[in-house]
Design a protein around this ligand. Sequence first.
Ligand code: PEP
Ligand code: MN
Length: 356
Amino acid sequence: MSLNELDQLRNRVDELNLQLLHAINERAKLVQEIGRVKEGLYRYDPVRERKMLDHIKENNDGPFEDSTIEHIFKEIFKAGLELQKDDHRKALLVSRKKKPEDTVIDLKGEKIGNGNPSFIFGPCAVESYEQVATVAKAVKDKGFQLLRGGAYKPRTSPYDFQGLGVEGLKILKRVADEYDMAVISEIVSPNQIETALNYIDVIQIGARNMQNFELLKAAGATNKPVLLKRGLAATIEEFINAAEYIMSQGNGQIILCERGIRTYERATRNTLDISAVPILKQETHLPVLVDVTHSTGRRDLLLPAAKAALAIGADGVMAEVHPDPAVALSDSAQQMDLNQFDKFINDLKSASFVHI
Ligand code: PEP
Ligand code: MN
């Protein structure tokens, strides 16, 4: 083949590329027109798609095989369907595209996401009034006012301590009132929400429930802030979409919490995906916290993980504190005792980039 012949063939391919481009854009315009005619109706029509594909295949004389042609046209159909979606469907409500300014959440005067780091401390589970009050006093003495504690504990084994339920919520509320703190506690079922609203200031949705869509919608229908934790094996996209479930119901007060994901690594309880923090900050307008307890599962890593979180731009840190972790009913290996908590705060404060 002469070079000249090759050039000619390539020129024809270039021309056909432009014809194809023209044809698929012409098609796209018609699809948009159909979208307008079908306004308000469900747009995906598999019966119509099947007829179109059959018709195309009947007319296929090759050399492409039918399966290849079907694949190419399916992509064109999909792109057309995307085009028909309303603009508001394209940009998620939680996205920065939709709202460029940071969302700041006010919890009894503590502003999460305003540029100053926020801290949430408290035991893994509420075990007794004395236990919660002891931790609350230590946390408050350090100048913090967000208190956590689980009243409903989603445990791996059904035979492990499941939490004190409403009794636990009452303890949290009593302690929070006494120490003038705001309470964050996990809710595991939509039908607990109504009762829980009387006792807590933030609804926590735990990692195991990140894709419990009914729970997300129920939390989204309240006007309480929601702290949403990343699922055990959730991608960032799934995490963002879970937040969108909440916001789509009208509740925009959402705090995202990276708490580590499950990987093959066994040196830590989970793998802290620290890069998720700046990604979530870029992609969404929501505050992002890092739970250093559940992500590392190791007391010796709480401080470096907290420093890393703040250095990379997290809006705050969550960690578990217990008066006597050795006898804790859950997560006894990783909660800080009060001396460790004291040291944790002092060491964190001495990091040059941390302004508490
Ligand atoms: C918790 O914070 O109490 C908890 C159970 O964490 P996670 O849902 O992240 O495992
Ligand atoms: Mn825990």
